[in-house]
Ligand binder design. Structure first.
Ligand SMILES: [Zn+2]
Length: 506
């Protein structure tokens, strides 16, 4: 997953030229970059993860195999230590053989024999929304078009009790579109539940029959209503029939398999710090994925990047001053559950965290880093990315985004760096059947290995940590300064923050 909402954008050329915390040892950084760009096992590692292991949903054998893959790959890359840390997800979920068809009535010419009203049926290509409840087979249920699913759209649609609601969407083109796809769904579901609808059919945001998967629930809980994503072409056909005045009914069966809590694991490798081993930098990416494709762009390529960054730093021969933890998170797609568990379980040592770096946007070129709203990090961050100008990494953004594994560290007041990347082919293949190994741009990915390794190493080598751990009040002030409060509210996160359920308590 990765959703981005640009709130504040700062181009570094507009910043002052001073650096509060100069970066030492450029030779070592250059050596790491050169080592990172050398041929490595990154292609082979990713081929094994995607083609051999495949899509990786927590609770499945594939996810367990992926955890073993991570441990072996880190060891082979030269880690000083490797271990896994388990955590629980509230429910297991897997899709059965979802089936949907549509039937419409229409007139045929009455000239000749057999005129009058007839029925035609066609198959609707559909997959269940993840972590949505099952639906026992239903037949001949009316479909109602509820437009984009706004309050006004629902009013216009009238009584939709017992019906299947077709929701229109826009074709996914930008990061903002993706963010909107996530923010739009919960209020639509609220309205559908209130209106006593039978199920929701979201039109796919990708064309050419591409189907994809994601959750609309927040933290691994089972959602309130059965939901499918239907192929855009089928959804548009149904919408045209309805708008032409034809009645359309659906047969729908969503035999999802759902059970109680499951265990899954994060994988953690370390390069021990030579001078301040108790302080640590995290370089992370999530290892889990959806399973319609094989999770190559999201996020297998960046799991392989984290492994290769460890290799590059170790092979360059200069140990970092602080420890670097290389973490492959699980449960990200169900609501950032692995990184949330890690931040929560390691809360007592987060005063010693010296930065968290996350990659989660496929292999589009890195343009810069998002600093979680931390203006205080800008001068040092500018120095840290200076060696990355050769890769056109130049921008620093001040926003507090949701949607990837830095989030709970940011809410704990730890400095975070999320790689901002060009869309490239990420959005079209996002969570989709088409997210496979062949989509990965390896020459670009190798540059990202160099960037990630150089940034993590420099964070580990600064004289002083890049920034302090913020207090609860300082974090909240940052939310206000970056106009992020509404975003937290729209995802239902504000109450958890205010009550101390999530994030730093003091
Ligand atoms: Zn992701």
């Amino acid at each position: 997953m990765r959703t981005v909402k640009t709130v504040f954008f700062v181009c570094i050329v507009s910043l002052g030229s001073f650096a509060a915390n100069p970066v030492p040892d450029n030779d070592a950084v250059n050596k790491i970059i050169q080592t990172a760009l050398q041929p490595s096992t990154i292609q082979e590692n990713l081929r094994r993860l995607t083609d051999e292991i495949g899509g990786r949903v927590p609770g499945t054998p594939a996810m367990q195999h992926a955890v073993q893959w991570g441990m072996q790959a880190f060891s082979a890359a030269g880690a000083d230590s490797v271990h896994s840390e388990g955590f629980e997800i509230p429910n297991s979920w897997s899709e059965g053989a979802t089936e949907m068809s549509a039937t419409t009535s229409h007139m045929v010419s009455s000239t000749g024999v057999g005129g009058g009203t007839v029925l035609s049926s066609f198959r609707v290509r559909a997959v269940s929304v993840a972590w949505a409840p099952a639906l026992a087979p239903v037949k001949h249920v009316p479909i109602a078009d509820v437009g984009q699913g706004t309050e006004a759209d629902f009013q216009k649609a009238g009584d939709v009790a017992g019906k299947i609601l077709l929701v229109h969407t826009v074709v996914l083109k930008t990061w903002d579109d993706l963010f909107a796809e996530y923010t739009n769904a919960p209020p639509i579901i609220d309205r559908a539940v209130k209106a006593k609808a039978k199920a929701i059919a979201f039109m796919a945001t990708r064309e050419h029959d591409i189907l994809y998967r994601h959750t609309n629930s927040e933290a691994g809980e089972i959602d309130r209503l059965p939901m499918v994503v239907v192929a855009r072409e089928d959804g548009e056909r149904i919408a045209r029939l309805l708008s032409a005045g034809n009645l359309v009914w659906a047969d729908l069966s969503i035999p999802n398999q759902i059970a109680g809590p499951i265990k899954t694991s994060n994988v953690i490798a370390e390069i021990r710090g030579a001078e301040k081993p108790e302080e640590f930098v995290i370089l992370g990416a999530h290892l889990d994925s959806w399973e319609l494709g094989t999770g190559a762009l999201d996020n297998g390529c960046n799991a392989a990047l984290v492994v290769d960054a460890l290799r590059a730093i170790k092979a360059s021969g200069t140990p970092p001053r602080r420890t670097i933890r290389f973490i492959l998170f699980s449960g990200e797609e169900e609501g950032l559950l692995g990184s949330r568990a890690y931040a929560f379980n390691h809360r007592s040592e987060l005063d010693r965290a010296a930065g968290v770096v996350i990659y989660d946007s496929g292999t589009g070129q890195t343009t810069g880093f998002s600093l979680g709203g931390r203006k205080d990090l800008l001068p040092t961050a500018k120095s840290l990315i200076a060696p990355l100008a050769q890769f056109d990494v130049r921008n620093l953004k001040l926003d507090m985004e949701w949607g990837t594994d830095h989030f709970d560290f940011m809410l704990e007041g730890v400095p975070t760096f999320v790689a901002d990347q060009q869309e490239a082919n990420y959005l079209e293949n996002y969570h989709a059947v088409s997210d496979t190994y062949d989509k990965v741009d390896f020459p670009q990915l190798k540059k990202h290995v160099a960037e990630a390794a150089a940034l993590a190493f420099q964070l580990a080598n600064l004289n002083e940590k890049v920034g302090p751990r913020l207090t609860h009040d300082q974090i909240e002030q940052t939310m206000r300064d970056t106009n992020s409060v509404e975003m937290f509210k729209s995802f239902g996160l504000w109450d958890d923050w205010q009550s101390g359920k999530r994030g730093r308590q003091k």
